[in-house]
Ligand binder design. Structure first.
Ligand SMILES: [Zn+2]
Ligand SMILES: [Zn+2]
Length: 337
């Protein structure tokens, strides 16, 4: 794609050396873009569709994947979680583990693995969860590259040396700044749910910019532990019209390469905003629990002001958008072997 080359030449410097304002935005610790959203608990099946898994989001502290923290100090460049697809149908968990053990300690996982009690990944793909990121780099080095895809040969009891696809997640693909000159406004930011896993931030930015214009930033939400995409993203616009156009559409068709998927778009709801009506005066200074996504409102409200504003004619049917589900800690679900 033309714009991928464009990114390399034009945008890389911006990513590595964002302007002061952008840098503050990246490094901000707090509820803005914490990367924790309600669309956790989704895993991708073979077609990149999201399926629900019964797993609470695992989270410790708000964290953002940031081009600054990623890689620079630790040398980490990849998620420790790696997708492997096209496995021989008769390969079991132990054989998969054995096939990749030479790169370092790992655990093999796939959606619904615990419930299904199956020894075989049912759809021919699995995730490799390495203990160390350096294992991922060694794995990549051992792969054969075919165009932009990576392959490694794996054997099962009946199939010898089958090339399987290895799809690592590069940490820097979680953020993309399209227009570093614009301040990033959380109130002009949308949440995109059900993002197919291989989609990179640059791809999300370009798709949304093509559809609505004015994109200045896109981010892919990743889980803090493995830094692997969770199937959701955020897009910040530079102007109100683009933002409203995006949220008014409610759904967007993400088309890129093999990907073609309808995903949901909604305002990005922050949990540390004051009521826009009373600035906390009528609610004891607490953060506003409601956001009205109707384009005639687009405001945060306390309970009192929500009721007052929405008793007016024509606004009775507005529905509050609430930031869903607090994040719960997850017990460590596996042991390294
Ligand atoms: Zn209020
Ligand atoms: Zn409203």
């Amino acid at each position: 794609m033309e714009w991928i080359g464009h990114r390399r030449t034009t945008f890389q410097g911006e990513l590595l050396n964002p302007q002061p304002g952008v840098s503050a935005y990246y490094n901000r610790k707090g509820p803005f873009f914490p990367g924790l959203e309600d669309q956790t608990g989704l895993m991708e099946d073979q077609n990149g569709q999201m399926v629900e898994v019964h797993q609470a989001p695992n989270l410790t502290s708000p964290s953002r994947s940031s081009p600054h923290s990623q890689g620079s100090e630790s040398g980490e460049r990849y998620s420790r979680k790696v997708f492997v697809g096209g496995l021989p149908p008769d390969i079991d968990e132990d054989e998969i583990t054995a096939s990749f053990r030479r790169f370092g300690p790992l655990v093999v996982d796939w959606p619904h693995k615990a419930e299904s009690k199956s020894y075989f990944p049912p759809k021919g793909y699995a995730f490799l969860l390495f203990q160390d990121e350096s294992s991922v780099q060694q794995l990549i080095d051992a792969c054969i590259q075919d165009e932009d895809k990576l392959y490694l040969c794996v054997s099962s009891p009946t199939i010898k040396d089958k090339p399987v696809q290895i799809r690592p997640w590069r940490l820097s693909d979680a953020d993309f700044v399209l227009d570093a000159s614009m301040p990033l406004d959380p109130r002009k930011t949308v949440f995109v749910g059900g993002v197919p896993r291989p989609l990179k931030a640059i791809e999300l930015a370009m798709i949304m910019d093509r559809l609505y214009g004015g994109v200045c930033y896109a981010g892919i939400d990743t889980d803090p532990e493995l830094k692997y995409p969770k199937g959701a993203g955020r897009v910040a616009f530079s102007n109100q019209q683009s933002y409203i156009a995006a949220i008014s559409a409610r759904f967007v068709q993400l088309q890129h390469g093999d990907i073609d998927k309808r995903v949901e778009v909604k305002p990005y709801v922050l949990d540390d905003q004051m009521c826009d009506e009373c600035q906390g005066q009528r609610c004891g200074g607490k953060f506003a629990p409601f956001f009205c996504a109707n384009v005639t409102c687009l405001q945060y409200y306390c309970e009192h002001c929500w009721a007052t504003i929405h008793s007016r004619p024509g606004r009775e049917f507005h529905k509050p958008l609430v930031k869903e589900g607090a994040d719960r800690p997850r017990a460590l679900p596996f042991r390294w072997c």
